[in-house]
Design a protein around this ligand. Sequence first.
Ligand code: ZN
Length: 165
Amino acid sequence: MPKRENTLSWDEYFMGLAHLSALRSKDPHTQVGACIVDANKRVVSVGYNGFPKGCSDDVFPWEREGDVLHSKYAFVVHAELNAILNAPRPVSGCTLYVSLFPCNECAKAIIQSGIRRIVYESDKYADTDTTKASKEMLAAAGVELKRLDHTVRLRVEKIPNPEQD
Ligand SMILES: [Zn+2]
């Protein structure tokens, strides 16, 4: 019998892990996931957007509107930064998989941590100044960028059920 051919590529696999991590996020509007992988294709870390440790999801605001103290922007740790901070060892030379193009603040952390490559899917904030700033810094720092299409999401939704095989 020939081997199975329609399996996930490495890029789809690691982006799939990023999507799975995103499902942990309590953010009612935007669930973002990230996965950091080393040169030997070993997963080093994962992360999703959420409040810092000790800052309760039930106390801190998830609002997008209103003043700084009552909106999520002052408090949320983005998926990419959480993945970097969660890593049990240095991520220098690693690839970051993330479902949404990193913002300028995450770009700073990505560059400073030594991550050399970003694989992303959505770039829905491409027209914002913060995303433009992010791309400017990543280009200057020589971080390689690769965009994946959304096929991974479809595949993840079709996880085979062994009971029905
Ligand atoms: Zn960010």
